[in-house]
Design a protein around this ligand. Structure first.
Ligand code: SF4
Ligand code: SF4
Length: 506
């Protein structure tokens, strides 16, 4: 696409290139005015390429693909392609492409789909609202996901403090369209909305360290992701919007808003009555796992579940970190049974090998350890940093491995070509040193090249023989007699000529 082009709502404007990436569709109709770097919602506060659309307010839709109402009779690959086209990602916050997660591969059969209706963090209520308002849509989407995974069961985990949502889901399930689904009400305790934690609560099984739920035959999706899958498959609609919780003491009227992806955060704050004088920080996500935004002009994305305009009391400045006093509180509260204190030492020393011994990648970054640490050490920040460094190092290693493989492949190709060249030279020499056959006999098959060389040699020999003086002994008696007669006539003629020639005096 180029700046100046008109776009329609739902039109594909950025196509996924890699396997782990997602399509992007225009959230509204209007004109594409720029493709440029803009601040985005990221902990680094850095900019990233953005497509800027000046909306026309007309909400004119692009032509959409037809619904796949009969998805149960269709090849799962075809339905999965629709999910991929729709640009659906995990809407619990991770934003991992759903089509990838829905394709665990033939060697990992899935028996249970888990729908996560437990909110990620305190303050966030967007999934609660979704279930209260669109429970039937979530159930329909769950049926789609179950079909794609080939799962026999579906467990829907929902927290006990969401009575209205539980009632709505009960009513939707009672319609009988998804008999394999069962709702399980779980205690409200942070961070039970974490994928691995929810699986343990619902099934009693522990996802292996460094492993995936698919290794246990389970796949977990957020309920909002299920609703988006229903929109894509049953209505042919791409993912364009989501529900966002706008909350905190720093906003006048906290509420849940459905917002189009790309809407500036400032617009959501304005819709929620604007900032109050208490606002201290604007956080994307919840108070535990969220991060402070550098600007409220950043666009909301598919994974943005909460905008927290926090007061100083809600997000207090922890003050300077002090030395660890080895109290062990961090290990006591860690829901992943890790040893944050040890991980912290190795992260601080940038010992990226040693920290892996403490299962760094099992850390779900819940922030519980930082929250309870009496020394105010920002433990989770150290763990995020260590993960980023480990990924960067791994990427560098992969690049170096690829370069080495390419170099080795080039060397072996050059060696092979040199050996082939030498073999050709050797064969040519052997051909030239082989004696030429006297005469090709009858129908005998002969190499045309060799025959041409032999004929050329024969012609050269004949020419040479013709120019050489003949040996007298080779003449026949008849030839010798003729030569003698010619010679005698020449001699007689010379004598006559000598007698008749006048002298100079005469
Ligand atoms: S909670 Fe803080 S002070 Fe206590 S052991 Fe953990 S890192 Fe050290
Ligand atoms: S952030 Fe801390 S408490 Fe949470 S999983 Fe990681 S190490 Fe454990």
């Amino acid at each position: 696409m180029k700046p100046g082009e008109r776009v329609l709502k739902g039109q594909l404007i950025a196509k996924a290139e890699g396997y782990v990436s997602a399509n992007l569709h225009a959230p509204s109709s209007g004109t594409l005015t720029a493709i440029e770097e803009r601040p985005v919602a990221h902990p680094s506060c850095l900019s990233a390429p953005c497509l800027v659309i000046e909306t026309d307010g007309q909400e004119r839709w692009a032509e959409l693909p037809p619904p796949l109402d009969d998805f149960l009779n269709r090849d799962p690959d075809e339905v999965r392609a629709r999910i991929r086209w729709a640009g659906i990602v995990g809407m619990g916050g991770a934003a991992f492409p759903s089509a990838v997660k829905l394709n665990p591969g033939p060697d990992r059969p899935i028996h249970t789909l888990i729908l996560n209706a437990a909110e990620c963090e305190p303050y966030i209520t967007c999934d609660d609202l979704l279930l209260r308002e669109r429970a039937a849509r979530v159930v329909a989407g769950g049926r789609v996901l179950q079909h794609l995974l080939g799962a026999r069961h579906c467990l829907i985990g929902i927290e006990a403090n969401k009575a209205a949502a539980v009632a709505a889901m009960d009513a939707a399930l009672a319609e009988g369209h998804f008999p394999e689904a069962e709702m399980v009400v779980i205690p409200t305790r942070y961070p039970s909305g974490g994928e691995k934690q929810l699986i343990r609560i619902l099934t009693g099984k522990q996802v292996p360290s460094g492993g995936l739920p698919a290794e246990l035959g389970m796949v977990c999706h957020n309920v909002a992701t299920a609703a988006a899958a229903a929109d894509a498959v049953l209505e042919g609609r791409p993912l364009l919007s989501r529900i966002v919780t706008v909350t905190g003491e720093g906003v006048a009227s906290p509420q849940n808003l459905e917002c189009l992806c790309g809407t500036p955060a400032a617009e959501l704050i304005r819709q929620a009555g604007g900032y109050t004088e208490k606002v201290a920080r604007l956080i994307l996500g919840g108070p535990m796992m969220g991060f402070a935004l550098g600007s409220d002009e950043v666009p909301m994305t598919k994974g943005a579940n909460c905008l927290l305009a926090a007061s100083a009391a809600e997000a207090p400045d922890p003050g300077p970190a002090r030395p660890c006093i080895r109290c062990g509180e961090c290990a006591r509260v860690c829901p992943a049974n890790l040893l944050p204190q040890q991980m912290y030492w190795h992260a601080r020393a940038k010992d990226l090998d040693k920290i892996q011994d403490y299962h760094l990648f099992d850390c779900i970054e819940c922030g519980c350890c930082s929250h309870v640490c009496p020394a105010h050490i920002p433990l989770v920040q150290y763990f995020r940093f260590a993960k980023t460094e480990t990924w960067a190092r791994e990427q560098e290693k992969q690049k170096a491995d690829l370069a080495r493989q390419r170099h080795e492949a080039r060397q072996s190709r050059l060696e092979r070509l040199e050996q082939e060249r030498k073999a050709r030279l050797r064969r040519r020499k052997e051909d030239l040193s082989t004696p030429t056959p006297a005469e090709p006999s009858g129908e005998t098959e002969q190499d045309p090249k060799k025959a041409a060389i032999a004929a050329a040699l024969k012609r050269a020999a004949a020419k040479k023989a013709a120019t050489q003086p003949r040996n007298v002994s080779d003449l026949t008696p008849e030839q010798q007699r003729k030569i003698d007669e010619v010679e005698a006539r020449r001699r007689a003629a010379r004598k006559v000529t000598a007698k008749t020639e006048p002298t100079e005096q005469g």
